[in-house]
Design a protein around this ligand. Sequence first.
Ligand code: ADP
Length: 542
Amino acid sequence: MHGLMQDWPLTVDKILDHAKRWHGSREVVTRSVEGPIVRTTWGEIHTRAKRLSNALLGLGIQPGDRVATLAWNSGRHIEVWYAIMGIGAVCHTLNPRLFADQLCYIINHAADRIIITDETFLPVLMERRHEMPTVEHFIVLTDPDRVAKCGMEGALSSETLIESHSPDCTWGGFDEQTACGLCYTSGTTGHPKGVLYSHRSNFLHTLVTLQSDYMGLSVRDTVLAVVPMFHANAWGLAFTGAAVGTKMVMPGAKMDGASIHELLETEQVTFSAAVPTVWQMLLAHLRATNGQLTSLKRVVIGGSAVPEAIIRAFHDDYGVEVVHAWGMTETSPLGTMSTPTPEIAALSFDEQIAYKLKQGRPPVGSDIRLVDDAGNVLPHDGKVFGRLQIRGGYIVREYYKGDGGEILDADGYFDTGDVATIDPTGYMQITDRAKDVIKSGGEWISSIEIENIAAGHPKALIAAVIGVAHPKWDERPLLLVRLKDGETATAEEFLGFLDGKIAKWWMPDAVMFVDEIPLGATGKIDKKLIRQQMADYRLPTS
Ligand code: ADP
C-alpha cells in the first residue's frame, strides 16, 4: 500500500523558488572578478537565473545537455547553476586548477555544449578552443564592453543574454531523479571520473547537511563560501544557503589571507567552510597583522585532515569553533562531521582535541562501515584500520558513462579508497588514503597522523609524509617539511618533537627540508607528485 501524501518532486529549482519567496531581500555579496564588491539578493538571483534559463533554451539547450562553468564563487555563478539545473540541463563544474590537458579531456568526455566562464580563464579556453569540438558557445560572465575587448571571437556576454531575455520561464516539472550536476574527481590516479548528481540527491543532501549537528546553517548566519563551486559541489553551500536564506558572501578570485579577512570583517561573517590550506593562510595573515575576528563563530574544515595547530589557534586566539568534516566528490560531498556529543562536549578542551582531530559521525541519510581487504566487516574499537565504505541516497552509484565499472559491493556500499578507524563512540578517523598508507613490516603507518603532528612544530609551515621503499621493511616514512620563512631547523628537532607522540616504529627514517610542498588542484598535498619527485631517493637506513 502506498502512502497518500503529495508527490512533490525534490528538484533544486524549488530551493531557489523558496529563497526568492521567503528570503527574497537577503543579500548575496560578491568580490567581483572585475574588482568591486557587488551586492544582489536571493530575489534578484532568481529573476536573473530565469532570464538566463531562457537564454540557454534560446541557444538550443535541451534537457540532459551539459553546460559547463569555469568560474570563481560569485552571485553570477549561483545564477548560472540554477539557470542550468532549472531547465533540466546538467551543470558541469570545471576546476580551473586542473592542467589544460585534463580540462580538455573532461570537456570532451562530458560533451559540454556551452562553457560559461569568468574572464580569468579565457586565455586557456582560447588556446585550447580547437580541442573542444562539442562546445558551441562561450558565455563570459561580464558586461558586453568587456567581452568585446576580451579577444575571443563569438564570445557572448552573460549580461546581454540576461537583459535580453524574459524572466518568464517554467522550471522543474521533471522526475526528481533527473541529473542536475556533474563534477569530476581530481584524478589523482588515472583519468578523472564524473560524478553525476541528481536533483533528488542534491535536495536530500541539502536537508541532511542543514541538521544542526552538521552544517547547521540558519537564516541568522552570514556564510562566506570559500570552498569553490568547482570543488565537490561546493559542499552544498549554494543549495543550503538558499534553502535557509542565509546572507551569502562570495570571495571571487581572491582567496589569500588578507582578502578573506577583509570579507569576514566587513560583511560580519558568522560561518565559513574551506580546506585547511586556506585557513593556514588566514591565520598567518592574522598573526602578521595582529588582526581580529569579530563575528566569525564556526568554520567547517575538510577535504584533508585538519592539523591540531589550526583547531587550537582558532579556539585559543580567536574564539572560533572548528568542525572537522570528511567527504568526497562521490558523497555530494558531506560524509561525516565531528560535532561533539554531550559526553565529549563535557570534556575539557584539551581532552576534546582527540575527537576534534577525528572526522566524526555520519548524519541520517547515509551510513559508513569498515571492511578488510576480503570485505569482512571490522569492529569499532578505534584501533583496527580498515577500508572505509559508505552508502546512502546521495552517494555515487556509478561514474558517468560507466567509467571504472561496477563500484558498489554486494551490500551496495561504495569503497571510498580511504583507510580509517571508527572508535566506540562512533567517531571515524581517516588514517590515510589507501594509496598513501605506509606499509612497514606488514603493519600500516598513518602518514596523515605524522604530518599533522609535524605541522604543529612552531617552525613548520607545512609537512608531508610519504612511504619510501626499504629493503627490510618494504616501506618506511620520510618526513618532508617546509619551514616558515626565515626559519632553520635540524632533523633532530623534528624527530624530538614527534618523540612520545607517535609509536616508536612510526618514527620517520629521515627528515628533509624543502622549499615547496606541491599542492594539487583542490589545494591538497599532492603526494603522487612528491613520490614521483622522490623516486630516486634512498633512505639512509636502507
Ligand atoms: P580529490 O581530493 O581527489 O580531488 P575529493 O575532494 O573528492 O577529491 O577528495 C576526497 C578525499 O579527500 C577523501 O577520499 C579523503 O581521502 C580526503 N579527505 C576529505 N576530507 C578529509 C578529512 N577531513 N581528513 C582527511 N582526508 C580527507
